[in-house]
Design a protein around this ligand. Sequence first.
Ligand SMILES: Cc1ncc(COP(=O)(O)O)c(C=O)c1O
Length: 296
Amino acid sequence: MSSVPFDQLDGQIWYNGAFVPWAEAKVHVLTHGLHYASAVFEGERAYGGEIFKLREHTDRLIESGRILGFEIPYDADTIDAACSELLRRQGFSDAYVRPIAWRGSESMGVSAQKNTINLAIAIWQWPSYFDPEQRMKGIRLDLAEYRRPDPRTAPSRAKAAGLYMICTISKHAAEAKGYADALMLDWRGRVAEATGANVFFVKDGVLHTPDPDCFLDGITRRTVIDLAKRRGYEVQVRAIMPEELEGFTECFLCGTAAEVTPVAEIGPYRFVPGDITRRLVEDYAAEVQPKRLAAE
Ligand SMILES: Cc1ncc(COP(=O)(O)O)c(C=O)c1O
C-alpha cells in the first residue's frame, strides 16, 4: 500500500451524491459521528475491476444504519452504482472500497434527531497480496484483553464504528508484543473473532467456527462455509471454548481485507496450516475473481 497519507491520495471520493476531489472530502470537528460513534461502514474488495458481493455489503451497510436508528438517504441501487462508477473513475482493478455513513454536525449532544445522515465512498488501491507460500506460514495472534460484548449491551450485528474501539486497542496491544493480530473472546468467555476477521479451526478433517451471535457474521465467513461444503467438508458452527484450541490442528482467519489467512499461533497454542486451509485459500482466491474472467 502507498506510504502517502490517506487524506492526500489522488482521485475522487463520492460524497453525498457528488464526485469530489479526494482532498476536499472533509467533515467538521463537531460531527456527531466523530463524538458519539454514530457511524457505520463497509469494507469491500474489488477484483479484476468488479466488487465482490457488492450487493451483500450494501445491504449490510443499510441494515447497520437502521440498527443505529438511521436511514441512509440512498437506496441500494444508487449505492452500488456509486461504488462501481467510482471504481471505474479511480481506474483500479484490485482495490479496497470503503463506504461510510454518519450523523452530521447540525447539532451537538447525544440526541441528534435532526442531524443529516451523510454517505461517502472512498476507493484505494490494494492489490490482493497473494504469495501462497509466504501466506501458508501463518500469522501469530495474541489473546486480547477485551471481549466482544453481550448483544444486550451493544448493537453487535451492525458494522458500527463504535464496535471497533476495542479492536484497535486490542490490535495495538498485540502489535506491541510482536503479534500480527489478537483473538477476542466474547462476553461469556467463548472464542469470538479477530479484530477484523472471523476465525475457523480444523480438527480431524472437520471445520469448526463460532456461532456469530455477538459479533459480525462476515460475508467472507459465509463464503468460506459455502466453499468448504462444496469441497464436501463438514462445518460445525458452534460455541468454542478457548481450552479447545489445544486440540485443533489448523486455524485461519477470514474477512474481506484478510481474505483467507492461515494462523500459526494463538497465545500458547500452535497450528500447522495444512491441506484444508490451503484448499480454502485457493478456492477463495478463485471465487472472488469476476465470473467473466473465470470464463476466459
Ligand atoms: C470485526 C470483524 N469481524 C469480521 C469481519 C469479516 O467480515 P467480512 O467477511 O464481511 O469482511 C470483519 C471485516 O469486515 C471485521 O471487521
